[in-house]
Design a binder for this molecule. Sequence first.
Ligand SMILES: [Zn+2]
Length: 460
Amino acid sequence: MTTSTTARIWKPEIETMSREELRELQGRRLREQVAYVHERSPFYRRKFAAIGLEPGDVQGVDDLRKLPFISKDELRRSQDETPPFGDHVCATREEIAWLPSTSGTTGTPLLLPRTAADIETWTELNARAFTAVGIGPDDIYQNILTYNWIYGGMALHLGAQRTGAVVVNAGMGNTEKQIWALKYMGTTAFHATPSYLIHLGNRFAEAGETDQLKVRSIVAGGEVGMAGAEAKARLRRLFPRVETLADVGGVTDVGTMIWAECREMCGGHLAEDSVICEILDTETGEPVAPGEVGELVFTDVVTKGAPLLRYKVNDLTRVDEAHCDCGRTLARIPDGILGRADDMITVRAANVYPSAIDEIVKSFAEIRGEYQVIIDKPGDLDVMTLRLERAGDLSAEAERDLLRRIDDRVKMNFGSRAEIELLDPGTLPTFVYKAKRIIDKRKGESEQDAVDKAAEQQRG
Ligand SMILES: [Zn+2]
């Protein structure tokens, strides 16, 4: 859609370097980072000593596999045992300039100490990512992300500002004001979670005000389901005049926009010079074949506050190193995140990724944004029920036809049938982030869990 001659590249010397040069740069930064964490952190010294690893054993990217993995549980333990920061942290108290933390939805929030140098590093990396999306000095960018406590909203604010864009610090929630700002301020770019994006799009469509939007670029991240062609097609129907719908992602324990789609929209380019990415077999921990799906493992070679080496992210994805027309040589994540490694559902012995369900739901214009998947085992067999909201009134005939087409898609994708329930719009709970749409009754979950979670988010 966009030629490389018109699209800007923030740091061409890095983003278009040859794969060999990139590997060389990664190796040099990895060597330095390993020496740095060993010097600064008792946590790393213990982990290295446990396997007899000396910092000098890691000379380049090929030696990455000598390093032990790190899990989130280990970081929590480190923080519990050496409060408040934990001894995995490498910066001194004097060097720490900013103290965001994780949301803590699954336990005590993890502190993410950042030094002044880290703030600068990630402001540049986020500016680079926004530039890839096509956001720059001509834009009014509405940052519809949480600012308080967590890392993302503020870090992305700084990155967008660095590109020269005008930044509106909207924060999350207050849909009426978001809609007012989108119209009144003439917002040309914004960032939101995919569920909120659909919520906003539906609001504009219902009010017949879609034409009043001046938005050219939409950035979405934080959940599965934005990267696929179906998800994009659905968003395109809601925002017909938008040029770029970019999937971005990261894991805040490491960094904010670790990947971002360029205007070619064929998968987010990874910031590989700063965060080395491995895709490993979930069973064996060995690298999968190029292009295969596996678990994402990040090694941060630039952050100084609390750098994480071989951090198991618990996300499933695949990586593509093929040529991109934008000119960037950085590898891409073509399908976004396919789901949490421990979230994959098995229905009648078949693996079902949450993103695959999302794709199906988003491919039907007659279906609204929210949906729910109930997995149960009333007898000997698993039963999957898709609860979907109609976008509007349908004749009995149109409804039968729709049900048949959904049934065909489900059979094609999963190899087995699903029960399908069509509901009135607004029946299902609406989420602003981390949607709870899959309810596995085999694990004792219930519909009420989703209702409670949505209510909690509305209050927050
Ligand atoms: Zn590209």
